[in-house]
Design a protein around this ligand. Structure first.
Ligand code: PGA
Length: 252
């Protein structure tokens, strides 16, 4: 945790969820609005097909929502893409950019990720910029070099605490049940915090740094209690309201 920074627990649904899953979103809202979810902000990031429907369920409440990606372009002939303004139009607060699955499967580069983050901010969204090393990079001692490069080259230099969230997600921990040791998480988040200071000056101290990768109810308290861990980006365990709320309960 970072003093004076409200934690964020964001649920990245990835390519999961049909209309029936809206019941989970309604249950999340109910608990949050009843004050049962603790001190963190909760955000749901469903697939694009569900955002408008999720927005209807969440409107007027305290749970925020967003998209899993956005185009760096403002609009036009980009078949299959979604602009940041379209997300904003649905009341979204966040756009995830540079998730490792997009960096790997869609070969997104740091400069593309930065362009997406800039487009998100320009449209009035906050960009959740993901960084993290692969297993091979960690095994060869390259994790700091890789994450440093990603942070320096993917973050928009004009951003700050109101527009940028960083998510450190070691690729080898995503969906595997594996997590780094608390000491490793602490060291990487501390390193990212120092980089944020280089990029944003004093404002870097207030940019939220989330941890992501196999966060679940059983490890949330330990992981989310680490210095400079200002919340979580949760994949699998965010699909069910009970699990997601149990993770957020780390901040109760
Ligand atoms: P996981 O995914 O919680 O299922 O490991 C995290 C993420 O990819 O954001």
């Amino acid at each position: 945790m970072t003093p004076d920074v409200r934690p964020l627990v964001a649920g990245n649904w990835k390519m999961n969820g049909l209309k029936a899953s809206l019941a989970e979103i309604a249950a999340m809202r109910k608990a949050v609005d009843a004050g049962e979810a603790g001190a963190a902000e909760l955000a749901v990031i469903p697939p694009f097909t569900l955002i408008a429907l999720a927005a209807e369920k969440l409107a007027g409440g305290s749970v925020t929502w967003g998209g899993q990606d956005c185009s760096p372009q403002a609009g036009g002939a980009y078949t299959g893409d979604t602009s940041a303004a379209m997300l904003k139009d649905l009341g979204a607060t966040y756009a995830i950019v540079g998730h490792s699955e997009r960096r790997t499967i869609h070969h997104e580069t740091d400069s593309e990720v930065r362009a997406k983050a800039e487009a998100a901010i320009k449209a009035g969204l906050k960009a959740i910029v993901c960084v993290g090393e692969t297993r091979a990079e960690r095994e060869t001692g390259l994790e700091y070099a890789v994450v440093t490069r990603q942070v320096r080259e993917s973050l928009p230099p004009d951003g700050g605490p109101d527009t940028v969230v960083v998510a450190y997600e070691p690729v080898w921990a995503i969906g595997t049940g594996l997590t780094p040791t608390p000491a490793d998480v602490a060291k990487m988040h501390d390193s990212i915090r120092r980089l944020l200071g280089e990029i944003y000056g004093a404002n870097g101290a207030k940019v939220r740094i989330l941890y992501g990768g196999s966060v679940k109810p059983s490890n949330a308290k330990e992981l989310l209690g680490i210095d400079h861990v200002d919340g979580a980006l949760v994949g699998g365990a965010s699909l069910k309201a009970a699990d997601f709320l149990a993770i957020a309960a780390a901040y109760r």
